[in-house]
Design a protein around this ligand. Structure first.
Ligand code: NAD
Ligand code: 0WE
Length: 263
């Protein structure tokens, strides 16, 4: 029997079979979770349907997190299919592409800053609020996806780094807000993975190579590894963990100079 048996979990952020949300959904399904999915745009609907079906799920709801009404409607529809909710996976980020290159100070605009924070951080608060009622009295858990650019400067990550810093603070404040309801809130800080969100980022391949040389495991991580950690954090096995940022990065964040850099 899987450790997520009888858990109903909503997954937001599937865009392709390489999405971290897809690795998470498959890992959770493998542990017996029952899943529902949201998709951002109609263009993505078919792809999300395919992945949902691979997870044995038929609940697929539109939810562009930039619209309050779409968030509200998604949970209204979900509550018609499920009598409760045991978890939400938030795997969503966005900043204008032009702002993810060059120097932070040159690249960042007021609109880009607001957009990055709204889509990548505020949306986690919004989903938590919208799902709160359905999650009452069930030891539910929320998970979001962060990146080390939240706590260290990284070339080109720029305004997304500030948005991830906000997201990580969001985890702590939501954990405090929802603790009395028995709801836990955690983040995974994942190492770089080739997905749609990292495709076309200049220097991304070099960044992966640097991880290979620096991380104690000598390699970057997979969506399956991130997914398994998300499955654990969402499960009752993690009942004592909340407000925490768990690194799934092959140990990269723990190293000063990697062995591979001097060999
Ligand atoms: P991805 O492109 O597969 O997923 C990003 C998702 O965000 C997509 O499903 C997209 O539809 C969704 N999204 C963007 N704007 C949205 C909106 N307005 N409404 C609803 N959904 C919206 O890429 P991914 O790498 O799987 O990214 C998932 C999460 O993991 C992001 O938070 C990202 O910052 C984080 N992360 C990624 C990496 C990496 O290297 N790929 C590393 C650490 C953390
Ligand atoms: O969080 C991310 C990427 C999030 C992201 C990606 C895009 C690309 C397409 C947010 N907004 C957009 N907007 C787009 O138009 N990662 C952790 C992956 C990533 O992105 C980087 C990285 C890494 C790692 C950007 C620059 C430098 C490193």
């Amino acid at each position: 029997m899987g450790f997520l048996e009888n858990k109903k979990i909503l997954i937001a952020g599937v865009a392709s079979d390489r999405s971290i949300a897809t690795g998470t959904a498959l890992a959770m399904a493998a542990q017996g979770a029952e899943l529902a999915f949201t998709y951002q745009t109609e263009k993505l609907q078919k792809r999300v349907e395919k992945i949902a079906s691979a997870c044995g799920s038929t609940i697929i709801l539109p939810c562009d997190v930039s619209e309050d009404e779409q968030i509200e409607n998604a949970f209204i529809k979900l509550s018609k299919q499920w009598d409760g909710l045991d978890g939400i996976v938030h795997s969503i980020a966005f900043a204008p592409r032009e702002e993810l290159k060059g120097l932070f100070l040159d690249a960042t605009t007021r609109d880009g800053f607001n957009m990055a924070h709204e889509i990548s951080s505020y949306s986690f608060t919004a989903l938590a609020r919208a799902g709160r009622e359905m999650m009452q009295g069930r030891n539910a858990a929320l998970i979001t996806m962060s990146y080390i650019g939240a706590v260290r400067s990284m070339p080109g990550y720029n305004v997304m780094g500030l948005a991830k810093a906000s997201l990580e603070a969001n985890v702590r404040y939501l954990a405090q807000s929802l603790g009395p309801d028995g709801i836990r809130v955690n983040a995974i800080s994942a190492g770089p993975i080739k997905t749609l969100a990292s495709a076309g980022i200049s220097g991304f391949k070099k960044m992966l190579d640097f991880y290979d040389k620096t991380a104690p495991l000598g390699r970057s991580v997979t969506i399956e590894e991130v997914g398994n950690t998300a499955a654990f954090l969402c499960s009752d096995l993690a009942s004592g963990i909340t407000g925490e940022i768990t690194y799934v990065d092959g140990g990269f964040s723990t190293v000063g100079i990697g062995t591979g850099m001097v060999e």
